[in-house]
Design a protein around this ligand. Structure first.
Ligand code: CS2
Length: 497
């Protein structure tokens, strides 16, 4: 038996997608399938994996079809989006990436390259000119960085001048503007007037809409493959598990048309910035707290972490007292309903979303999630104890002080900064010194937080508490300091009294 798509397949591609991971396959590909089903059009997707051949090889073997398994605590349902027309590995064929961007048939380039894929410096927010790959891309030859590929592709396309849009779908604040800024910085760095013509083309014919993406997509497991195989009645080597919830808010600024993504439920809005802030802080910020405190408490998964009462308490506290005051709620969103839905989503135990997955790449993820809300709280004269605890949890997991073992879930977290942080921790006398080195000297969370001595000391203090007295003591300390709200469990107990 072979896999069959849910809808007629597109004949031609109109989208080049960089970052062919699970998230894209359970999010944009599904919205595009709905758009194709509703309106047709040449909006097939050519997927580009950065380095790994696994997905690309399997997609070719499976006629570019795979199942999305929507998993709730009671049921699993399957859908088969058929939006991909082709795929290849960008690392193996960098010139093809450039050629595809230059191809007039492609009218949108979408990106899910993770927070890590944008080659910018956390301290300055500018293109990282110390990055070897960026430097090589600036010198010429086949580009390997995402920003280099976009800039070189647009440079090649500028000759014909056809309009195009670049749509970032990563968890970065103002992701469209951020991507545009980095591409422009790349072009400005080119010698002589080499970039000038392309910059003029960007002014004329290229847009960078922002978008907020949301769907929890854990890693695939061998068990899921077996389960999907029997539900589908066909072999699928690359099914994607995902939660039932899905959301996409997009700025409607496309230079050369777009698929009818609203058919899949996408929201086109002028308030993308508000949606992004709400999501990156309330969902992702709280997620990071759950991942680090959970891992340090021995929880393998996010639902297990949020099932620990004192961690749930800290999570509700950080969301309500420290993230929520920093955002402007999008028009029409009921923030209390959003919050309670979030906690239901975190508690979806059927998903098996791992703390090590969410804790991975904290050095770039936290940069998006914590500095602004922390600075706003400090500006109001309040210490954001639970954001400080999140950072202390991160440092304890990734850069444990000598003699502290953060356990196997922390050990499974990968992070580009792990080695650098480990070296700082190895010679730090205590948490305060480590926090100072990471936040003030390395400026891992930007230059403004680097100046906030009281916050840095609080992170250091909580890191020491984790090492000396354990994570529970640190959570209690931070929660009591903020007077965080009670958990549902304690509220029920209180009411029963
Ligand atoms: C998570 C996100 O891994 C992480 O950092 O917070 O991947 C999260 O699951 C998604 O953004 C949900 O939309």
């Amino acid at each position: 038996m072979t896999i069959i798509a849910d809808h007629p397949r597109p004949e031609r591609a109109g989208i080049l997608h960089l970052g062919l991971g699970s998230f894209h396959r359970a999010h944009q590909a599904v919205y595009t399938a709905a758009a194709l089903q509703a309106q047709g059009g040449d909006w097939g997707i050519i997927g580009v994996a950065s380095r790994s051949r696994t997905i690309v090889d399997a997609l070719h073997a499976q006629d570019h079809l795979y199942a999305v398994a929507t998993i709730s605590p009671d049921t699993t349902t399957l859908s088969v989006p058929g939006s991909h027309t082709d795929s290849f590995v960008g690392g193996d064929h960098p010139d093809r990436v450039v050629a595809q961007i230059a191809d007039d048939g492609i009218r949108i380039v979408t990106l899910t390259v993770t927070e890590n894929g944008y080659s910018y410096s956390a301290a300055t927010q500018r293109l990282d000119l110390d990055d070897e790959t960026v430097r090589a891309d600036l010198r010429g030859g086949s580009p390997r960085s995402t920003i280099g590929q976009l800039a070189r592709g647009l440079q090649a396309r500028a000759a014909g001048g056809a309009p195009i849009s670049i749509l970032s779908c990563d968890n970065l604040a103002a992701n469209g503007k951020h991507t545009e800024k980095l591409v422009r910085e790349f072009l400005q760095e080119l010698p002589g007037a080499e970039g000038a013509e392309t910059l003029a083309y960007l002014d004329r014919a290229v847009t960078f809409p922002s978008s907020m993406v949301d769907r929890i997509v854990p890693a695939t497991t061998p068990e899921l493959r077996t389960r999907v195989g029997s539900l589908l009645g066909a072999r699928d080597d690359i099914p994607v598990p995902a939660e039932p919830f899905t959301m996409w808010a997009i700025e409607d600024a496309f230079a050369a048309g777009r698929p009818a993504w609203e058919a899949g439920g996408a929201v086109f809005t002028d308030e993308v910035g508000r949606y992004e802030q709400m999501k990156v802080r309330l969902l992702n910020g709280t997620h990071s707290l759950l991942a680090y405190l959970g891992a340090l408490s021995g929880a393998a998964t996010i639902p297990a972490a949020v099932g620990i009462e004192r961690i749930e308490r800290a999570a509700r506290g950080v969301l309500r007292d420290e993230y929520e005051p920093s955002i402007e709620v999008p028009t029409g969103v009921d923030i209390r309903a959003y919050e309670s839905q979030l906690f239901e989503r975190f508690a979806n135990s059927a998903l098996g979303h791992r703390t090590s997955q969410v804790g991975t790449d904290g050095s770039v993820k936290l940069r998006q999630r914590i500095p602004e809300p922390a600075l706003l709280a400090l500006g109001r004269g309040e210490m954001p104890h639970l954001i400080a605890l999140t950072v202390a949890g991160y440092l304890s997991c990734l850069a444990p002080l000598s003699g502290f073992d953060p356990g196997l879930h922390a050990a499974a977290m990968t992070d580009a900064a792990r080695e650098r942080l480990g070296a700082l921790a190895a010679t730090a006398r205590d948490g305060r010194e480590l926090a100072r080195r990471v936040i003030a000297e390395l400026r891992l969370f930007g230059s403004e937080l680097a100046e906030q001595d009281a916050f840095i000391d609080r992170v250091g203090e909580l890191t020491d508490t984790i090492r000396r007295q354990g994570v529970d003591a640190a959570i209690d300390d931070a929660v009591n300091a903020t007077g965080a709200p009670m958990t549902t469990a304690t509220l029920t107990k209180e009411m029963q009294r």
